[in-house]
Design a protein around this ligand. Sequence first.
Ligand code: GDP
Ligand code: MG
Length: 304
Amino acid sequence: MGSQAIREWAGINTFAPATQTKLLELLGKLKQENVNTLTILVMGKGGVGKSSIVNSIIGERVVAISPFQSEGPRPVMVSRSRAGFTLNVIDTPGLIEGGYINNMALDIIKSFLLNKTIDVLLYVDRLDVYRVDNLDKLVAKAITDSFGKGIWSKALIALTHAQFSPPDGLPYDEFFSKRSEALLKVIRSGARLKKDDSQDSTIPVVLVENSARCNKNESDEKVLPNGTAWISWLVQTITEVALNRSESIHVDKKLIDGPNPNQSGKLWIPLIFALQYFFVMKPIEGFIKNDIANESRPSWETFE
Ligand code: GDP
Ligand code: MG
């Protein structure tokens, strides 16, 4: 990816010392496995906190966030390096517009990703939602259609707005597991993952609180209501997905175009012309010839 100097991942220094130690340990683990570059693709509906999560991971305000879903139409890749390790995080615009998949946004994302390798898909949604809907299914389907089912072996789900009190006194962890189960179910169905697919049920779900008002523990780490330090948890899960046995997804022209969509259509064209010639043009031609031959001389010709 070019010779451009990549900026130092200075944002790590803004994390609590305990979080920094954990992250550097995880980077060490990746390097030990010869992983020197990690590319994370962030996807999901609009307004769920995709851009916020990118800023949270990088530790700087690198992409614009907005409460009003006025995202730019283009993906943005932010790269940072630390101790010989390069992290790329790709923020994308939301895939839904007016209740449908925004195919133009999807095409722009696909061409942006051409010749890149996705090591991890970070699928973002909110924790504080009570129902799953068809839109989640559509987004999952669009992702499978674009990159193949295999991408789900490299996926994790992050649920934002995790500093939240479940309704009706439901325990936090119980709400989290119910919400994850429901979301995983629609995603699996939208992504067409079957029970026996290896991608099935192995998609990990983590919680995220992007707000500056996130609670902190005594070591100054940002924590969830259940006490978990979420930045470490998120990066740890990203590391596990990156190092799992499944292959990263290399986005090439073939993957984007699918199985020769133009070719299969084009093969029919000569045949259709031939059929048209024999079954439409020929009979018409014959009909006209016949007509001319049979035509009695017009009356004005005989009239002299
Ligand atoms: P995107 O459209 O998916 O990129 O979402 P943004 O990152 O732009 O966030 C949309 C809105 O939700 C912004 O107003 C963010 O401040 C807010 N937001 C995002 N994540 C969180 C979160 O974890 N907690 C809270 N309280 N607000 C969040
Ligand atoms: Mg955004």
